[in-house]
Write a protein that binds this ligand. Structure first.
Ligand SMILES: Cc1ncc(COP(=O)(O)O)c(C=O)c1O
Length: 424
């Protein structure tokens, strides 16, 4: 069995640092096994203090981190551990809390991280189902086992970013400001800069981002909006919720995206906008779409819900039309830990209207200028998104490398039986 993440009890770490062969025959084997197989192992904050004080007591070495030799062992083993928070809530009636507070805290940290614990402590093993002895762990753990690859693994990126996400959550809790505060303002600046555009307005989700753009442009009853026939339902719903009519246009068979060659035939005197979707992260062919829109005096609204960071002719999606709607639904390339969305635009007037529309039509509390909506990106989600945005380019590159492997190793379909989709 393969364990996603293990937490090492302090005794295991001390066995290694103090070379306690007689107590633990696997004192060196287990740490080396973890390091050599790249198995992530964690330590919670309270353990570091315990490890330090026991080490100093048993070795008689005060300030041991100042000694180059012990420092090396510490950096190599303890320094490479994934740091975990020791959760704050304490249930004093829990059997472990009554038995041994340190074990209780270790178990709480493991529970919060959904991790097993490797320990030599038999009492601990009896009181917690999460515990495994080093022998049992090594016997059970097969590094060559191939676990099934989940279609979408939302745990892995958050485990990788746990420390940053927890720090982000603390910033919000400590600020006491939960709606439209510094985190949303900072994320809006950072995401606009990332998209190489002037403005970003954080909203409730991707559907509302598109809907609010249409509303802000005054598109509604009696108007038509050109949409791809092949897209997620939200593209169409944004149009119908605004009171306008979606006019479907068939895709280009090479890209699955809106085919510019078929757009003009669908334009009528009621058409107000074209809503291309950058499906699966592949930008729609924006130059001809923008040229058609300019000829007919139409707005171009990008549905960029699936295309954070994608580039069209060197330019980032989000700044390729009059405005763009993004989704931060958890499964997206840039996903929140809940719902979220944003509009990106270079149009200052539109940005101003959207800031009013998303917030009950109000600029000043209790002064409601227009019939607005409650559609705001939460401070907490903005704080998480700021951390994840720093990784977006790396993660997109990783997705492309994986896609390239699939494309290289899957046999091609016989001619005429598939669409020739590109990897990026
Ligand atoms: C193409 C497209 N447009 C719009 C949306 C709507 O985003 P949300 O789910 O955040 O409302 C999504 C995703 O769900 C999408 O894939």
């Amino acid at each position: 069995m393969k364990h996603e993440q293990v937490l090492l009890d302090s005794d295991i770490v001390l066995d290694y640092l103090l070379e306690r062969r007689e107590l633990n025959p696997l004192w060196e084997t287990l740490p080396l096994y973890l390091i050599q197989h790249g198995i992530p192992y964690c330590l919670a904050a309270h353990q570091l203090v315990i490890i330090q004080s026991v080490y100093e007591r048993e070795s008689g070495q005060k300030s041991f981190l100042a000694h180059p030799e012990t420092r090396q062992a510490w950096d190599r083993f303890v320094g490479a551990a994934v740091p975990l928070k020791t959760p704050a809530p304490i249930d004093w009636n829990h059997p472990l809390a009554r038995h041994d507070l340190a074990d209780y805290l270790t178990e709480s940290a493991a529970r919060a991280a959904d991790s097993i614990i490797i320990t030599r402590n038999q009492d601990f093993t009896v009181l917690s189902e999460r515990c495994l002895s080093p022998e049992k762990f090594l016997a059970e753990h097969d590094p060559d086992a191939q676990p099934p690859v989940p279609f979408l693994d939302l745990k892995a990126p958050h485990i990788e970013l746990r420390a940053e996400l927890e720090a982000a959550q603390d910033r919000v809790i400590n600020s006491g400001w939960l709606i439209l505060g510094q985190e949303v303002a900072a994320f809006e600046r950072e995401f606009a800069a990332y998209c190489e555009a002037e403005h970003c307005i954080g909203v409730g989700n991707g559907l509302e981002a598109l809907h609010l753009i249409l509303r802000a442009f005054g598109i509604g009853a009696g108007h038509e909006v050109i949409v791809p026939s092949n897209t997620y339902i939200a593209t169409w719903l944004a149009v119908t919720q605004a009171g306008a009519t979606p006019i479907p246009v068939e895709p280009d068979e090479r890209t699955y995206n809106l085919d510019p060659a078929r757009i003009e035939a669908a334009i009528t005197p009621r058409t107000k906008a074209i809503l291309p979707v950058h499906l699966y992260g592949q930008p729609a062919d924006m130059d001809p779409i923008n040229a058609i829109a300019a000829r007919h005096g139409l707005k171009v609204i990008e549905d960029a819900a699936q295309a954070h960071g994608a580039r069209y002719k060197g330019r980032r999606t989000g700044g390729l039309g009059h405005a763009a709607g993004f989704s931060f639904y958890p499964g997206k390339n840039l996903g929140a830990l809940g719902d979220g969305g944003a509009v990106v635009t270079n149009d200052s007037q539109l940005a101003d209207t959207l800031r009013v529309l998303r917030n009950y039509g109000s600029r000043v509390k209790y002064h409601n200028e227009v019939q607005g909506y409650n559609s705001r990106l939460d401070e907490l989600q903005a704080a998480f998104l700021r951390e994840k945005l720093k990784r977006l380019d790396d993660w997109n590159a990783r997705r492309q490398a994986i896609a390239a492997r699939y494309l290289a190793h899957l046999s091609p379909l016989p001619p005429g039986e598939g669409l020739g989709v590109r990897a990026s």
